[in-house]
Design a protein around this ligand. Sequence first.
Ligand SMILES: NC(=O)C1=CN([C@@H]2O[C@H](COP(=O)(O)OP(=O)(O)OC[C@H]3O[C@@H](n4cnc5c(N)ncnc54)[C@H](OP(=O)(O)O)[C@@H]3O)[C@@H](O)[C@H]2O)C=CC1
Ligand SMILES: O=C(O)C1=N[C@H](C(=O)O)C[C@H](O)C1
Length: 268
Amino acid sequence: MTVRIAVTGAAGRMGKILIEAAVAATGAELTVAIVRPGSSLAGADAGELAGVGKQGVAIVTDLADVIDRFDALIDFTSPSATLANAELCAKHGKAMVIGTTGFTDAEKARLLGYQSQIQLCLAANFSTGVNLCFKLLETAARVMAEESDIEIYEAHHRHKVDAPSGTALRMGEVIADTTGRDLNKVAVYGREGQTGARDHDTIGFATVRGGDVVGEHTVMFLADGERVEITHKASSRLAFGNGAVRAAGWLLSQKPGLYDMQDVLSLR
Ligand SMILES: NC(=O)C1=CN([C@@H]2O[C@H](COP(=O)(O)OP(=O)(O)OC[C@H]3O[C@@H](n4cnc5c(N)ncnc54)[C@H](OP(=O)(O)O)[C@@H]3O)[C@@H](O)[C@H]2O)C=CC1
Ligand SMILES: O=C(O)C1=N[C@H](C(=O)O)C[C@H](O)C1
């Protein structure tokens, strides 16, 4: 079955990549591309915007106007935009693939409320490699956590607006869940001044922002006499875009509910 895909935030870094990935994928058809109301891009061709040639898909500014033209909305925008889109998709029974990061706890709770109405695939990172790393981290944490200090490093481009990255936070959650810790209690976000000696159970986060770094994550298990590092480096946003388009096709055969990329890749 071919999944008809709508991409919102179409002019963004990920929006253009998602158009490219949807156009290239078998079993998927790009039918809708949406930009912010008032954008001068309204009416332009989505394929031309993304640099993949004319696709005959005219860019629109209002999701409500095109709600019957797609099966799944792929949304990599901002928390407020994603929440507004989710409300509309829930009302009309449209599946959503959500890559947006930086939700507050209250925003996340509101978003998750829609899982009884529609299929939601929500992931801080849609690349295959990072999802493999989540699995590797479970094993590493089980084996290494008792004897090691755990620190998470991430680096991204200068335009990224949230920190730590959603992926780094998810890595922290995986480790905390595996080791019986509560991330809200043990996370340390950066250090400065007289910090005192390190508390063993803490999980430290370090953030770098600059240049055109697509996305790098390293989790360090620092023991006495040895160190294990699990690293992922994204060199192209297509790693995320291809995963999101794959998730959209997969969602079509699922019941309403909450899923993530671990489900899509059968890594659960
Ligand atoms: N889960 C994953 O695998 C990945 C997730 N991400 C996440 O995706 C999100 C987007 O990243 P990126 O593409 O780099 O960011 P960009 O800023 O390049 O793109 C965001 C797009 O969303 C649009 N947008 C934002 N807010 C609104 C709004 N309120 N109404 C309408 N349109 C809106 C912007 O429009 P305008 O330009 O007009 O402001 C822009 O086109 C981030 O949260 C990022 O962390 C990124 C990569 C991978
Ligand atoms: O904003 C980005 O660019 C990315 N955001 C995601 C995150 O916050 O983890 C995923 C990826 O690393 C790129």
